[in-house]
Design a protein around this ligand. Structure first.
Ligand code: CA
Length: 269
């Protein structure tokens, strides 16, 4: 049976006053979410999405990964919408979500926004996700060279993210034909804006997932740490099923950041 053996770090960085990233790392599900939104709501969006998605998957283990991811994303969308209805200061809050679910046999990636997933196989790094950004659109259309992205004035414009809007463009779903020995990285742009892919390739390969997550985070801090940095490193392993708990990272560790669907139903939010 396939599962993940992983570790993660979520660091506020050196410039931002608080951490608006959230993450979860467990044997069958991993999530990285990078919240955006004025009026101090980015951390609510990322924490609520991470919680809703993770709870959906953990509560229905063994079901099709695609269904779990889509239902988890929808649960996240509903909670974010209710969170805005409960406090209009949160209007416009949204989050990136990059998540991987494994059912013991297959792994599937779901992605919206500009966080990223990478695969390290045989010491070679492959990027698995497309940034849903304005500049990525220009690169894909051949109108901008990849090396020019970092200097483009609109480089931070995210075209697609997870918010409370019931009408949306959906998420990318990507089956991942992983095998034992593969190493996966999920990360927020606090890493990839500052640490170039060749350095990620080198540092991701070091030792165990704990050490790799730590040195990647340190590399982002050494490069200025101007954003929150979240790094989740997963080794794909073959072994018996484990009773999975997992680890919460970043804003989702603060319960006040999670929109409580029960409270909203009762009109108490
Ligand atoms: Ca960010």
């Amino acid at each position: 049976m396939l599962r993940f053996s992983g570790a993660g770090v979520s660091d506020v960085g050196l410039v931002r006053p608080q951490n608006e990233d959230s993450a979860f790392v467990g044997p069958y599900v991993a999530v990285v979410a990078d919240g955006v939104g004025g009026a101090a709501a980015g951390e609510v969006a990322s924490a609520t999405a991470t919680y809703a998605l993770t709870a959906t998957v953990l509560g229905r283990m063994g079901e099709e990964p695609e269904a779990l991811l889509l239902d988890g994303m929808e649960a996240a969308r509903t909670s974010i919408r209710r969170g805005v209805q409960g406090d209009l200061n949160r209007l416009g809050m949204a989050t990136t979500v990059t998540a991987i679910v494994c059912d013991g046999h297959r792994a599937v990636l779901a992605h919206v926004g500009d966080s990223r997933a990478y695969l390290l196989r045989d010491e070679a790094l492959t990027r698995l996700t497309n940034d849903h950004t304005y500049v990525q659109g220009l690169v894909s259309a051949g109108q901008l060279r990849p090396e020019e992205v970092g200097r483009h004035p609109w480089r931070n414009v995210v075209l697609r993210s997870l918010d409370g809007d019931p009408v949306h463009e959906g998420v990318d779903l990507l089956p991942l034909p992983v095998r034992p020995g593969d190493r996966l990285l999920l990360c927020s742009d606090g890493l990839t804006d500052l640490v170039p892919d060749p350095m990620i390739e080198e540092l991701l390969g070091v030792a165990d997932p704990h050490s790799a997550a730590a040195v990647l985070t340190q590399a982002a801090l050494a490069a200025g740490g101007r954003d929150n940095v979240t790094v989740v490193v997963l080794d794909v392993v073959d072994g018996p099923m484990v009773v999975g708990d997992g680890q919460l990272l970043g804003a989702v560790r603060e319960i006040a950041n999670i929109v409580d669907p029960g409270a909203v139903r009762l009109g108490r939010c």
